[in-house]
Ligand binder design. Structure first.
Ligand code: GDP
Ligand code: MG
Length: 438
């Protein structure tokens, strides 16, 4: 993948004490190849390499960074700039109803993303209405209904009549029933054609959407960029939602699309589940592409590396409320598996969210201390923390080289965690009963 390639290049750079112009040029050749292989638009790659090379060679050396780190920092910054620098938020209409028109090719993920966006906005207190405007495939209307039902979001359908009429009626319906967000699920084709565009232009006229959001499949690489270019030229779009960024995507589309269309990526689809939509942060994406991961991604990764087996066992215990210190310990050990915290720390200073990285460092020390305390408990104490009285606490503190205060703190944290887990287990059950997809 792009991340692997870039990481290899940077590994060699990282070891260098001093960088010569030749070093920079050699590294940039690798970066260029990696980007091209990831299907990033050629012209963009050329400009990008030029910019990074100029900055890397011409700059004054910051004392806190090695030259290698400095190049990485510049690449990171330029990647971020390429994707728009800052997060572009969804805009809301000043009138009571915000209308979002979802467009894109067939299979790009429109219907799924309508649900995801509805879910995202519902969580912010909005009252979304999903509208079935894809009348050409009978299954499409049904699909949107299933999506809406699973999220408890209403779906407006009128069968297979003109999507322009459906749009008008849906907005009237929203006015009457107090929906402040209308999300239009439009039809797509396998390829862009005139009929599709004409219909979308007509829907646009009828809906006067707050935003037209183009849904593109990240896995289609450069094609996604071409699609974005023509939709933007023929219909005008306000932003993009890039789906399937979870898969083995080459990442090139995410890098090119902003530069080619001038329109920002607003959200990323990162899985088939309706909860798997993320706000798109250019800086986080850049870090991810560079393979350094940002803190949030790390935390998420920690959750997913948590052995499934272990998770299942834990779930049982949570439900029974029998979570004990042995589980706590194995959980801590799982969290340590999550990845190259050390690598990340090696990059300090100069990259990403430094404060957050330092927090992680603290956490890691915490782990060691917590582990020591638990390991100083007897098996009996681990299984039944209630028996840990004053003299036991003293013994545990002495054994782990900590203090009674720290032992108390852990016991308290443990109680809170246990309580939270119980609540969570209950919630999980309720959600499943309600037909919610998890
Ligand atoms: P539409 O034809 O544009 O309406 O596309 P659909 O919403 O029907 O999605 C097509 C396929 O892509 C479905 O199998 C979805 O589950 C899948 N899909 C959509 N978004 C994502 C995503 O972010 N990640 C993954 N892995 N699959 C997705
Ligand atoms: Mg669809």
């Amino acid at each position: 993948s792009l991340a692997d390639k870039l990481q290899n290049t940077f590994k060699t750079l990282r070891g260098k004490g001093k960088l010569t112009e030749a070093d920079v040029k050699a590294a940039m050749r690798e970066v260029k190849l990696a980007l091209l292989e990831a299907d990033v638009n050629f012209k963009i790659v050329k400009d990008f390499i030029q910019k990074v090379t100029d900055r890397a060679i011409g700059q004054e050396v910051m004392s806190s960074l090695t030259p290698g780190q400095q190049v990485i920092k510049i690449v990171n910054e330029e990647l971020t700039t390429l994707m728009g620098t800052t997060r572009s938020k969804l805009t809301f209409s000043s009138s009571p109803i915000s209308v979002y028109m979802m467009v894109g090719l067939q299979g790009s993920g429109k219907t799924t993303t309508c649900g995801k966006l509805g879910n995202y906005l519902k969580k912010q207190g909005k009252k979304p209405l999903l509208v079935a405007c894809d009348i050409y495939r009978p299954a499409a209307i049904k699909q949107l209904q299933v999506v809406g039902d699973s999220l408890a979001i209403p779906v407006f359908t009128m069968g297979e009549i003109s999507p322009i009429e459906i749009t008008k009626a849906a907005i009237t319906h929203a006015q009457r029933y107090g929906n402040d967000v209308v999300i239009l699920d439009t039809a797509g084709r396998l390829h862009i054609d005139e009929m599709l565009m004409n219909e979308l232009v007509d829907i646009k006229k009828a809906a006067r959407p707050t935003e037209i959001l183009l849904v593109v499949d990240a896995m289609t690489g450069q094609d996604a960029v071409n699609v974005a270019e023509s939709f933007n030229a023929q219909l005008g779009i306000d932003g993009l939602i890039m789906t399937k960024l979870d898969g083995d995507t080459r990442g090139g589309a995410a890098l090119s699309v902003r530069a080619v269309t001038g329109k920002p990526i607003k959200f990323a689809g990162v899985g088939e589940k309706l909860s798997e939509l993320e706000e798109f942060h250019p800086d986080r994406m850049a870090s991810r592409i560079l393979g350094m991961g940002d803190v949030l991604t790390l935390i998420e990764k920690a959750q997913s590396t948590f052995d499934e087996d272990e998770a299942r066992k834990l779930e049982k215990k949570m439900k029974k409320g029998s979570f004990d210190f042995e589980d706590f310990l194995s959980q801590l050990q799982q969290m340590k598996k999550m990845g190259p915290i050390g690598d990340l720390l090696g990059m300090i200073p100069g990259l990403g969210n430094q404060k957050a990285l330092k927090d992680i460092q603290v956490d890691e020390k915490d782990f060691v201390r917590l582990e020591a305390i638990i390991q100083s408990m007897t098996l009996k104490e681990r299984r039944d923390p209630n028996i840990i009285n004053g003299s036991r606490k003293k013994r545990i503190a002495a054994g782990s080289g900590t203090s009674v205060q720290e032992v108390n703190k852990l016991l308290k944290q443990f109680e809170q965690t246990k309580k939270m887990m119980k609540q969570f287990a209950g919630m999980d059950k309720r959600m499943k009963r309600g037909g919610m997809r998890m």
